[in-house]
Design a protein around this ligand. Structure first.
Ligand code: NAD
Ligand code: ZN
Length: 340
């Protein structure tokens, strides 16, 4: 298992920490236009000092960068920069940069090393860990990808200080998710809003995710628990034409899952209010502005990927969730109830 280093101020030690797992050589730092002016210089300076010869590529910010065109353009840049099998690429940014650069690293020369430097809370607690990489197609998000583990994840919580509040909140939704899934005391830590210092939050979420991923890397069993709030959340994102952030949609979806757990008799304790309060304290929405019919239609649009049953992730109590098979043809009924 690769390691995830989480430490305030780590950004200025990126070079030394990369040199511990890679022999210094040519490398390429890939980032986006928001992150570059904030953090690229620190990373490049640190890499130079450790003996690397880094190139820099700055891409537009936003989900649309996770596309085939940017992917091919990035591979061409990597080739022009002369990266070889023994070199690495460095993803500096949120989940968009992490997923795109991870996928480029997975496929360039049939796979080269990637170092992930997450700079959003969502990337720190979720996307930079676990080895899933992807780009989007017109037909949907994350439809092309690969499993490719980073050689190291270097997370500096100080970089999160510049995040816009809604991006911090979106990352809080995924962090609260780990509490609901696995750890009541983590949930309690996050129940009153984002802690000032996020180091402990990130460390605990990453440890929980790594434990699940190490037992089910290819997502055939318990890794599916990580989809808590996502079945409903994806429908909300689609209905909003991706205007609502992923984390916001997951927040609303988690409340719906808590309601569903009660309605389907899976909950031992009704945790709807506790989850709603924690999400609200983090500045997240908890109710969708779409009708049950709209959400059902959006969820069923994914039907080809789920067959006749879908696996709902439902909270039994805070800190413990269950995978619950549910017939797709009853989704409309359930949606009516959970939207109330
Ligand atoms: N691979 C996985 O396991 C996995 C898991 C969850 C999500 N994802 C993917 O992650 C993506 C979403 O990631 P995200 O939420 O990080 O979005 P993002 O990468 O678009 O970043 C959000 C915004 O914050 C800006 N930003 C990033 N760091 C900043 C900083 N430190 N200061 C100021 N601004 C900063 C970015 O430029 C962008 O505008 C989606 O494409 C999703 O599919 C992947
Ligand atoms: Zn998510």
């Amino acid at each position: 298992m690769y390691d995830v280093l989480i430490e305030r101020g780590l950004l200025s030690a990126v070079g030394a920490k990369s040199a511990e797992v890679l022999s210094p050589g040519r490398t390429m730092v890939v980032t986006d236009e928001h992150v570059a002016p904030l953090y690229a210089d620190t990373v490049l300076t640190s890499l130079h000092r450790a003996g690397f010869d880094p190139a820099l590529t700055v891409l537009p910010a936003g989900e649309s960068t996770k596309c085939g065109t940017q992917y091919i353009a990035l591979l061409e840049k990597m080739a022009e920069a002369g990266l070889t099998r023994s070199d690495c690429v460095i993803a500096l940014g949120g989940g968009v940069i992490g997923d795109l650069v991870g996928f480029a690293a997975a496929t360039y020369l049939r796979g080269i090393a990637v170092v992930q430097i997450p700079t959003t809370l969502l990337a720190a607690v979720d996307s930079s860990v676990g080895g899933k990489t992807a780009i989007d197609l017109a037909a949907g998000k994350n439809l092309v990808g690969a499993f490719h583990r980073p050689v190291r994840v270097l997370c500096d919580p100080d970089t999160l200080a510049t995040l816009p509040p809604e991006q911090l909140a979106a990352g809080m939704a995924e962090s609260i998710k780990y509490g609901v899934l696995f750890d009541q005391s983590l949930f309690d830590l996050l129940a009153h809003g984002a802690p000032q210092d996020l180091t402990e939050t990130i460390s605990r979420c990453v440890a929980l995710k790594q434990a699940v991923v190490s037992r089910d890397f290819t997502d055939r069993g318990e890794r599916q628990l990580l989809n808590l709030g996502h079945t409903f959340g994806h429908a909300i994102e689609a209905c909003s034409h991706y205007r609502i952030l992923h984390g916001e949609a997951v927040a609303i979806g988690m409340r719906m899952a808590a309601r569903a757990a009660v309605l389907l008799g899976v909950a031992e304790l009704d945790c709807t209010d506790a989850i709603t309060d924690a999400l609200t304290a983090a500045g997240l929405p908890t109710r969708a502005e779409f009708t049950a019919a709209e959400l059902t239609a959006a969820a069923l649009h994914d039907k080809k990927r789920m067959g006749d049953t879908l696996k709902l992730v439902l909270p039994v109590e805070i800190g413990h969730c269950a995978l619950h098979p549910f017939p797709v043809d009853r989704l409309g009924e359930l949606m009516e109830e959970v939207c109330r």
